[in-house]
Design a protein around this ligand. Structure first.
Ligand SMILES: NC(=O)c1ccc[n+]([C@@H]2O[C@H](COP(=O)([O-])OP(=O)(O)OC[C@H]3O[C@@H](n4cnc5c(N)ncnc54)[C@H](O)[C@@H]3O)[C@@H](O)[C@H]2O)c1
Length: 267
């Protein structure tokens, strides 16, 4: 522990259970001295798992559906009241596709579902940033990180309409990163993470196969949820204060690989 985030205040979206990347971020941020509010969709609260995390991290929970401006405005206001001032970091760790959940083939997507995928998984980042900037809720040099996947750049057929959502998410990070950077020196980045065993991850058909494929292809292997959490913490810290509008690959080198001997030999 290095007290990397001592004195920093934040909001962490998306801790559903112990597998969630956001769960690991919360545990590690707490160990590094941060104070934060935990949030998730009201429906996800029913599982009750998040209460255990809140107790462990001495954090309060404010439910918010990331597709509701009313919920998000309330979250931003309440978080500042609870934490006693402006926020230094936000983790957007949210993804959901009804088309994937209901196994719709890509050439036969349901467009109401597609709207939902985009709203939950991409537009929600814009909503969060807009709510925060309107309330001037983030301190100068504050850092917002959203989690994404390489299907935004390359084709992974079973990722379906989540690929479009991630492409939009990364674009919003660049566009809002410009505006928020100019106005308040607030940083916005996406972290493109390796396949990771979580509820959202393992819901994608063929997940085991592309988890193993990425693990074999990447010289360092797949990055774990804990590794991802540590990278998020680095992005929340002042050591990365000039990094903004970037899509940062956190994938053990996978994104720059073509082929390797292990793949050819089937090892
Ligand atoms: N697991 C992977 O392989 C992988 C790889 C790269 C990127 N990611 C991304 O990481 C992020 C976190 O996913 P995870 O793998 O930890 O899975 P997860 O299922 O634990 O987290 C997804 C979260 O999104 C929340 N969510 C869904 N709809 C919501 C809404 N309307 N409002 C608020 N929250 C809502 C869920 O409740 C859940 O907590 C996602 O953006 C995901 O796409 C995951």
């Amino acid at each position: 522990m290095s007290n990397l985030l001592t004195g920093k205040k934040g909001i962490i979206f998306g801790a559903l259970d112990e597998q969630s990347i956001a769960w690991k971020v919360a545990e590690r941020a707490s160990e590094e001295g941060a104070q934060f509010v935990l949030t998730n969709a009201p429906i996800a609260m029913r599982m009750g798992e998040i209460n255990k995390l809140a107790e462990k991290c001495k954090a309060q929970i404010v439910p918010a559906d990331a597709t509701s401006d009313e919920d998000l405005n309330n979250l931003i206001t309440k978080s500042q009241e609870i934490l006693g001032g402006k926020i230094d970091f936000i983790l957007h760790s949210i993804g959901m596709s009804p088309n994937v959940r209901k196994s719709r083939p890509y050439a036969d997507l349901n467009y109401d579902f597609f709207h939902k995928t985009i709203d939950v998984s991409a537009m929600s980042l814009h909503r969060v940033l807009q709510a925060a900037s309107k309330q001037d809720a983030i301190n100068e040099w504050g850092s917002v990180v959203a989690l994404t996947y390489i299907a935004a750049q390359r084709t992974f057929p079973d990722y379906s309409d989540m690929a479009e959502a991630k492409a939009m998410l990364e674009s919003i990070a660049r566009s809002f990163g410009y505006h928020y950077g100019k106005a308040k020196n607030v940083r916005v980045n996406t972290i493109s993470q390796s396949p990771t065993w979580t509820t959202a991850g393992s819901g994608v058909p063929g997940f085991k196969e592309f988890f193993n494929y990425a693990d074999t292809m990447a010289p360092l292997g797949n990055a774990s949820a804990l590794d991802c959490a540590n990278y998020c913490l680095a992005m929340f810290s002042d050591y990365t204060k000039m990094v903004t509008m970037q899509n940062l690959f956190h994938d053990g080198g996978f994104s720059n690989m073509g082929i390797n001997a292990s793949m050819i030999k089937g090892e």
